[in-house]
Design a protein around this ligand. Structure first.
Ligand code: ZN
Length: 563
C-alpha cells in the first residue's frame, strides 16, 4: 500500500526491488522525519556524526558477524582486491572509532548517532519502503562506565523514541523483543498499529502492556473458570486411573467426542526432536497450543516436530502418546507446560493403539522432568500482568533498541581507566530507527481510499493552494495569497496548472497535504476561498469544505498549522 500511494503521489520511484528514488515531495517528508529524530536524539545528548558506508571486511571478521550475518551482507572488492562490506549496521565502525578518543571514565558516558544509508540483502524486499535493500537509518550508539548507567540511559531513550513517533503523528507500542541476532532479553521494539503490519501484537488496554504474539505471555482460563464442567473438576476427588478402549482418530477433538469431555480435560503430548537430545514430549492441556519458539528457547537448541516415521521407529503410537505407561525401551523424556498442573482426572493416550487412560493425576500417576511455559498466547487470553483483556492487532515494527553489554567493546579490547586507575570494560547500547521505513509506516497508518493523509508535522507542505479556471482576477489573488502565506512561514504547494477541477482535486487527495485552499471566480464572488482539511473530522467522516473570508485566510492558516 505505501509503495502504491507514495508512487502515485509522486513521492518515490522504484529503481529495483527494495531500492527507491526519493523525489522532491518524498525528500521533503524524509527531511522532516529526520529533523524530528535528530531533535529527540540531541535531547538525550546524542552527538551527530557521519560514518562511511564502505567498511573493511576485516572489521566484520573480527566480530564474527562477517559469518553470522552472511545472508544479508553485500560484499564488494576494490581494484586491488581489497574486500569491503556495504554497512548493514555500524557497530564494527563506531566501536573502534570511539575507542580512539575515549580513554578514561571521565570521558563517559558518550552517545553518537548518524543518519546514514544501510544495505541488507533482503530476500523479501517487496513491501515498498518498509523493507528495503538500501534504506535510510538513524543509528545511535551509547557508551557507559557501568551497566547501571547504561540502564538509566536506555530508559531515557525509550521516552525519546516514543516522542519521535508521537511527533510523526503515530501512536507507538513498546514491546519486549525476542532479540534476534543481537541479544535475547535486553531489547525492545516499537510497533505502530496498521492492518498492513507483518507482526501480530497483543495489547492490554488496562495496563498498556504490549507483546509480540510470538513470545507473548498471558493467562488462560483455569478449570474453575469453565462453568459447570470446571466446577465439577475443581471439586473432583482424584480417582484411580483406568485403561479404557479408545477406538478413535488421533486428534484432540476425536478424544473429546469419544469421552464426552471438553478439550481441557485431555492431556496433549507433542513430540519434538531436539538437536543432540533426542525425542522430547511436551505435555500441555488439550485446549491450548504449543508455541514452538518457547520450546526452542527452553532447550536453547533447534527443534522440529517428530515425523510419523520417527515416532514409529522410536516405538511410539501416533495419537496415543502420553507420559503414563511408557514402555522402558522407548527413549523419550517429558516436560510439562504449567497448564497441566491444575487438571484433576485428566485423560491421556496409553502408548498403545486404541487405548486411553482416564483419571490420570500428576504426581500420583506420572511425573515430568520439568515444568515451563510453552503456551501460544491468543487474543482470548487475559493480560499476564494485570488480568485485563487482550486484543490482537497487526503492527509494523518501526524501531528497536538494544543493550549490547560488552559484546562489541570486548571484540576490540575497548576498556577505560576507572577512578582507581584500573582498566574496566565499557558497556554499550544501540538504538535504531529506519527513517525511510518510518515514512512508509506513516503512510500505512495515515491514508484513505483517495490517498495519503499526512500528519501536519511531516507533510511535505502545509497547504495545497489551487486555482480553478482561467479567471485573471482569481489568478492574481492566488499569486498574492501564495506570497503572503510564504512570508508568514507557511509552506505552500501552488497548483496553478490549467487542468480541470477533477484532475487537480484528485492529485490533491493523492498528495495528501493537511489543508486545501481553492480560489476561483465563484469563491471570489463571495470574497472568500474554499477551505478543506484532508484529515477526517473527529467523528471519522470526511471533513466538509467551508468558505473563509479572504481577509482572514492568512491568519486562519497560521492558526491551523500551529495547532
Ligand atoms: Zn495488563
Amino acid at each position: 500500500m505505501n509503495a502504491r500511494l507514495l508512487t502515485q503521489g509522486g513521492f518515490i520511484e522504484k529503481q529495483a526491488a527494495g531500492i527507491y528514488n526519493f523525489l522532491p515531495l518524498g525528500l521533503r517528508v524524509l527531511g522532516k522525519v529526520n529533523n524530528i529524530i535528530r531533535d529527540e536524539m540531541n535531547k538525550v545528548e546524542g552527538q551527530e556524526i557521519f560514518m562511511p558506508v564502505l567498511h573493511s571486511r576485516e572489521i566484520w571478521k573480527a566480530t564474527g558477524r562477517d559469518q553470522s550475518m552472511d545472508g544479508v551482507l553485500y560484499r564488494t572488492r576494490g581494484t586491488d582486491d581489497q574486500e569491503f562490506v556495504l554497512g548493514p549496521s555500524h557497530e564494527e565502525v563506531v566501536t573502534p572509532l570511539v575507542k580512539t578518543f575515549i580513554k578514561s571514565y571521565k570521558d563517559l558516558p558518550l552517545a553518537v548517532y548518524q543518519i546514514q544509508t544501510k544495505f541488507r540483502n533482503e530476500p523479501r524486499a517487496k513491501s515498498g519502503v518498509l523493507r528495503g535493500r538500501e534504506f535510510g537509518m538513524k543509528d545511535m550508539y551509547s557508551f557507559h562506565l557501568t551497566e547501571e548507567d547504561l540502564d538509566a540511559y536506555y530508559d531515557r531513550c525509550k521516552i525519546a523514541y516514543t516522542n519521535v513517533y508521537e511527533r510523526c503523528g503515530l501512536k507507538s507500542y513498546m514491546i519486549e523483543a525476542s532479540g534476534g541476532a543481537f541479544s535475547d532479553k535486553f531489547s525492545h521494539e516499537f510497533s505502530i498499529l496498521t492492518p498492513a503490519g507483518e507482526d501480530t501484537i497483543l495489547i492490554c488496554d488496562k495496563c498498556g502492556a504490549a507483546q509480540n504474539i510470538e513470545i507473548a505471555q498471558g493467562k488462560y482460563a483455569e478449570p474453575e473458570d469453565f462453568g459447570e464442567d470446571g466446577k465439577a473438576n475443581a471439586k473432583e476427588k482424584p480417582l484411580p486411573m483406568k485403561e479404557v478402549e479408545a477406538k478413535r482418530g488421533p486428534s484432540i477433538e476425536a478424544g473429546c467426542e469419544l469421552h464426552g469431555c471438553p478439550a481441557w480435560k485431555i492431556l496433549k503430548t507433542v513430540v519434538y526432536e531436539v538437536e543432540d537430545d533426542g525425542l522430547v514430549g511436551i505435555c500441555i492441556r488439550g485446549d491450548l497450543q504449543i508455541n514452538e519458539l518457547k520450546v526452542e528457547k527452553y532447550f536453547k537448541k533447534q527443534i522440529r516436530p517428530a515425523s510419523p516415521e520417527m515416532l514409529k521407529k522410536a516405538g511410539l503410537v501416533q495419537g496415543f502418546i502420553g507420559p503414563v505407561n511408557m514402555p522402558a525401551k522407548v527413549k523419550i523424556s517429558f516436560i510439562g507446560d504449567h497448564s497441566i498442573k491444575n487438571v484433576t482426572n485428566i485423560i491421556t493416550g496409553a502408548n498403545a493403539k486404541d487405548v486411553d487412560i482416564i483419571n490420570v493425576n500428576i504426581g500420583t500417576d506420572y511425573t515430568v522432568e520439568d515444568f515451563a511455559d510453552f503456551v501460544q498466547v491468543r487474543g482470548s487470553f487475559k493480560c499476564g500482568k494485570c488480568g485485563g483483556a487482550l486484543r490482537e492487532e497487526k503492527a509494523i515494527e518501526a524501531g528497536n533498541i538494544f543493550k549490547l553489554g560488552t559484546k562489541f567493546t570486548d571484540a576490540v579490547s575497548f576498556t577505560v581507566t576507572n577512578k582507581d586507575q584500573k582498566q574496566v570494560p565499557v558497556f554499550m547500547g544501540c538504538y535504531g530507527i529506519g527513517n525511510t521505513r518510518l515514512v512508509g509506516t506513516i503512510v500505512e497508518a495515515c491514508h484513505d481510499e483517495n490517498g495519503i493523509i499526512w500528519p501536519k508535522s511531516v507533510a511535505p507542505y502545509h497547504v495545497h493552494l489551487i486555482t480553478l479556471g482561467n479567471d485573471e482576477e482569481a489568478t492574481k489573488k492566488a499569486d498574492k495569497l501564495y506570497e503572503e502565506l510564504t512570508e508568514a512561514g507557511i509552506e505552500v504547494l501552488y497548483d496553478d496548472r490549467t487542468d480541470s477541477a477533477g484532475v487537480k482535486f484528485k492529485d490533491s487527495d493523492l498528495i495528501g497535504l493537511p489543508l486545501r485552499i481553492v480560489i476561483s471566480k465563484r469563491t471570489l464572488e463571495r470574497d472568500s476561498v474554499e477551505w478543506k482539511e484532508r484529515a477526517p473530522s473527529t467523528d471519522g467522516k470526511p471533513s466538509e469544505a467551508k468558505n473563509v473570508a479572504f481577509k482572514d485566510v492568512v491568519k486562519e492558516v497560521v492558526k491551523f498549522v500551529k495547532d
